[in-house]
Design a protein around this ligand. Structure first.
Ligand code: PLP
Length: 372
């Protein structure tokens, strides 16, 4: 580690992940270029089948992005104008944007201080005659409280969409997240645990009617060449991304395992000094981010930066305080746990290629900073 003000340890290192698989990827790309088939070809089909079999789920559909996966799932479930959809304010904006895209109203439920996921004890109070669905986010790779959420869905006849953009391979009671609600939505944005070399997404479901609907929606409602049964969209995964994802899918368990090892090390060093992510029983957290909470965030981030180590605040503004959602009429104080979390969270570098020795140095540096 150097004391220069230049970042030497990034939040993630996509080049390091590429290195050991680059020859395999070059060959796959060459095959696609030679084949001339770039959209909805054999790689997309094979990738869908491979993911479906990894998840033990009936259907998986490649899409253009995680945002589209959420949007098209809501569409396929019939969520529309004047419906309400419950979700967390402590997430990436795409979760709630998708709700707005179908004309429905996002209704934010505050989070749990420790898991940073939706506080399930606060959901019921927000359910009204208009509530149709819940979008549950498995934030930073930590599975949310699915039993309680499924219980509410049953009681009030609500649809459940899982936003698994940060949680590929995470498990809740042995079940992989994404295969618990009505639809599971994934992003393959390059920084995600399973990352493409461009944009990509996926929707998975065990229900035929949702699958058939999204399958048509992603390709202009095309039932046969130039025959369209309804107005759809262009939201397809391309062959190049699918081929890259097929290669990376073979390593996803190993990638996640390495993230978990690094997280365990961070927690063993920092666990007594600072609030670290929880390892809950019956759940496999896949640490898309390793996020601590501290009132000394500025000081820690400053020291890390001085030592060439990155750190990032995910997320500095909860969605109910975002200008984009001003029209919903929330004000400061409405969702206090989310607001405090936004002031205290700090995500540390975590990626499969990060060395354990480096994580140990980072952990010890933070420990020293807290004690100084
Ligand atoms: C990344 C992300 C998305 C959006 O995925 P894109 O592929 O970038 O559209 C949605 N929700 C969450 C929680 C995310 O982290």
């Amino acid at each position: 580690m150097t004391s220069q003000n230049k970042t030497v340890i990034p939040m993630l290192d996509v080049k390091a992940q590429h290195e050991p698989i680059k020859e395999e990827i070059k060959q796959a790309l060459k095959d696609i270029l030679d084949s001339g088939q770039f959209i909805l070809g054999p790689n997309v089909k094979a990738f869908e089948q491979e993911v479906a079999s990894y998840y033990h789920i009936k259907h998986a559909l490649g899409l253009a992005s995680g945002t589209d996966a959420l949007y098209l799932s809501l569409k396929a479930l019939g969520i529309k104008q004047s419906d309400e959809v419950i979700t967390t304010p402590f997430t990436f904006i795409a979760t709630a944007e998708a709700i707005a895209y179908v004309g429905a109203t996002p209704v934010f439920v505050d989070i749990d201080k420790y898991t940073l996921n939706m506080d399930v004890s606060k959901i019921e109070k927000k359910i009204t005659q208009k509530t149709r669905a819940i979008i549950v986010v498995h934030l930073f790779g930590q599975p949310a409280d699915m039993d309680e959420i499924l219980g509410l869905a049953k009681k009030y006849n609500l649809k459940i969409i899982e936003d698994c953009a940060q949680a590929f391979g995470a498990r809740y009671k042995e079940k992989p997240v994404g295969n618990i609600g009505d639809a599971g939505c994934f992003s393959f944005y390059p920084s995600k645990n399973l990352g493409a070399y461009g944009d990509g997404g996926m929707m998975m479901t065990g229900r035929d009617e949702i699958y058939e609907n999204v399958n048509l929606l992603r390709n202009h409602g095309t039932v046969a060449p130039y025959r369209h049964c309804f107005i759809g969209y262009n939201s397809r995964l391309d062959e190049i991304q699918a081929a890259i994802l097929r290669i990376k899918l073979k390593h996803i368990d190993e990638y996640n395992q390495k993230r978990r090892k690094l997280a365990g090390l961070y927690t063993s060093i920092l666990g007594r000094a600072i609030q670290c992510p929880l390892e809950l029983p019956d759940r496999t957290h896949v640490y898309h981010q390793y996020t601590v909470r501290t009132q000394e965030r500025e000081k820690i981030a400053h020291t890390l930066k001085g030592n060439g180590i990155s750190s990032v605040v995910y997320y500095p503004i909860p969605l109910h305080m975002q200008e984009a959602f001003n029209y919903l009429g929330y004000k400061r104080g409405d969702l206090p746990e989310s607001e405090t979390a936004a002031e205290e969270v700090l995500s540390l570098p975590i990626y499969p290629e990060l060395g354990l020795e480096t994580a140990e140095l980072i952990g010890n540096l933070i420990l020293k900073t807290i004690k100084d």
